[in-house]
Design a protein around this ligand. Sequence first.
Ligand code: NAP
Length: 297
Amino acid sequence: MEKKRLLYLVSSDPRVSPFDINMAYDAGFDAVIPYASIDVGMVPGLVQDIMFSRGAKGARFSSLFVSGSSVAVAEGMLRAARTTLFPPFLLGLMVDPKGGYTTAAALLARVAALCRSKGMGELGRLRILVAAGTGGVGKAAAALAARDGAAVTLTSRSRDSAEAAAREIASLFGATVEPRAAAGETDLASLAAKADVVLATGAAGAQLLSRATILSLKGPKVLADVNAVPPHGLEGVRPQDHGAEIASGLFVLGAMVVGELKFRIESSLLKDLLSAESPPVIDLQAARRRGLELEGS
Ligand SMILES: NC(=O)c1ccc[n+]([C@@H]2O[C@H](COP(=O)([O-])OP(=O)(O)OC[C@H]3O[C@@H](n4cnc5c(N)ncnc54)[C@H](OP(=O)(O)O)[C@@H]3O)[C@@H](O)[C@H]2O)c1
C-alpha cells in the first residue's frame, strides 16, 4: 500500500495559518499536521522523528513546510532542518514565512513584466521604493530586487525598524538596501517621487499613499499594492488593476492581480514537494524562479 503523503507545517506563531493548510490539501497532500509555537531548537528533534518513523523510502512521502511571521526564525528553522537531514532519510522542505516569499515572488514577476512592457527596462536597473517594507513581504521583495541589481530603498515609520530590516536582509539574503524612516505620507511621497517603482507592502488595511499624492507623481512609474484589505495601501488602485494607466505614465498593479500569481506559485511549489524525483529545498530563490516561469518572463 502506498504511504500517505504528509505535510508537517511548523510555525513560531501561536496559530498556524489556515491559508497554507488549505493550499496544501488542495495541492494533494493526504494530511497536513500543524505545529504552532515552535522554536528553532525544536526542529532537529521533530525532523528526526519524521525521518526515522517512516524509513528511508517513507521519508520521501513526508515534507516540512516552515511558515510563521518572523523571516529570521523561519530561515533558522530551514537551516536547522537541512543540517539534521542525511541520506537516505531525506524530506522535501519549503519555507514561506506568512506567505511572504511567494507573495514577493509574484509581486516582482508582475512588476518586472509591466516595467518591460511599458519600456522602462529591466527591474535590476531601476530605483525601487519598498514602502512599509519591514514585514515578510517587504523584506523578501526588497531582497530579491536588490539581488537583481536594483537600487532599493526600504521604509518604516521608525528609523530603527528600517535599519533592523536592512541588516536582516543583508545577513539572510546577502542583499543591500537603503533603510529610510518615513513617519507619514509626506516623507513617503518625497521618496516615491524619486523612485521608478513603488511597492506598497504595508499591513492589511493600512493606507500608505492617498490618491491625490499618487496623482501628483510624475511618470513613467509603476506602483503596485499587495494590501487587498480596504483601505488599500495605494488609494484608488483597485485590487483587479493590471497595468492600468491612472495618470500619464503612472501604471498600477492591484493586490488581487499579485494574489492570483502568488496562489499559482505556492500551489505549484507544493505540488513539487509531492512529486519531485528527489526531495526539493524550496526557498525564496525557488519561489522567485517559479514566479518568473509562470509569468512567462
Ligand atoms: N496580495 C497577496 O497575495 C498577499 C499575500 C500575502 C500578504 N499580503 C498582504 O501583504 C501585505 C504585507 O504583508 P506582511 O505580512 O509583510 O505585512 P505586515 O508584517 O503585517 O506589515 C508590514 C509593515 O506595515 C507597517 N504598518 C503597520 N501598520 C501600519 C500603518 N497603520 N500605517 C503604515 N504602516 C503600517 C509596519 O511597518 P513599520 O511598523 O516598520 O512602519 C509593518 O511592519 C499585507 O497587506 C498583507 O495583507 C498580500
